[in-house]
Design a protein around this ligand. Structure first.
Ligand code: PEP
Length: 256
């Protein structure tokens, strides 16, 4: 059975004190309310500065991991301000979000560059949470399913079946991220179904059925249960709602 995952993407939010407070609130709520959600893996992705803090806070909770929001494709070198996969590995990080639409948009990350980042993450034992998704214009006027399939083909399909099996996919329609415009559960299911079929075409049905495909885009405490009830939706990548502990825990419980 494929893994259910709820990952919280904090983006560039929270000072150190605020991060500490949010982390302890999340950890306490998980212990009190969601520790029975053992089959759901929770991944907290704070800004890199707080990764170690987050690891210390979640150390006593079984089903919670810590992830980074990005890594560089090179292992080391003159890339001021960047963080590499070996560095993340060296502090025991398990997950890394790659290809978030904000990175694609503001930092010009291409499918080719993302393929290199995926390679580096996997070489260092990190699980990539690979983001893909179409713009509103494409959804309304173009081959949006083909576009998202191409993102996956271009950045992931060079992987061996064994390596691909370690990747988590996150479908995040750009028009739904941070806008309050959630994809309907039917829209999410349709795309996830198409993506799973696309993966099956490359790697076979068994691997496709084992691939966790998360939904992201204004998922929250109100709509998560309906989204996660879809057969091909295996959890969520949560932005805004991951910054409010009670909301985030409700989303985690919805994935049970
Ligand atoms: C995200 O940043 O990955 C995201 C899904 O954000 P939000 O939930 O705020 O739309």
């Amino acid at each position: 059975m494929r893994k259910k995952i709820v990952a919280g993407n904090w983006k560039m939010n929270k000072t150190a004190d605020e991060a500490q407070a949010l982390l302890s609130e999340i950890v306490n709520l998980i212990k009190e309310e969601a520790s029975s959600a053992t089959e759901v893996t929770v991944v907290l992705c704070p800004p890199s500065l707080y990764l170690t803090m987050a690891q210390q806070q979640v150390a006593t909770v079984g089903n919670v991991s810590v992830g980074a929001q990005n890594c560089h494709e090179k292992a080391s070198g003159a890339y001021t301000g960047e963080i590499s996969a070996p560095m993340l590995k060296s502090i025991g990080i398990e997950y890394v979000i790659l290809g978030h639409s904000e990175r694609r948009q503001y930092f010009d990350e291409s499918n080719t560059q993302l393929a290199e980042k995926v390679n580096s993450a996997l070489e260092n034992g990190l699980t990539p949470i690979f983001c893909c998704g179409e713009s509103r214009d494409l959804r309304e006027n173009g081959d949006y399913i083909g576009f998202v399939k191409d993102q996956i083909t271009d950045s992931l399909f060079h992987l061996s079946p064994e390596s691909f099996s370690k990747v988590v996919v996150a479908y995040e329609p750009i028009w739904a991220i941070g806008t309050g415009l959630t994809a309907s559960s039917a829209q999410a299911q349709d795309m996830h179904f198409e993506l799973r079929r696309h993966i099956a075409g490359q790697y076979g049905d068994e691997i496709a059925q084992e691939t966790s495909i998360l939904y992201g885009g204004s998922a929250n405490a109100q709509n998560a249960a309906e989204l996660f009830a879809q057969p091909d939706v295996d959890g969520g990548l949560i932005g805004g709602a991951s910054l409010k502990a009670p909301d985030f825990i409700t989303v985690v419980k919805a994935a049970q």
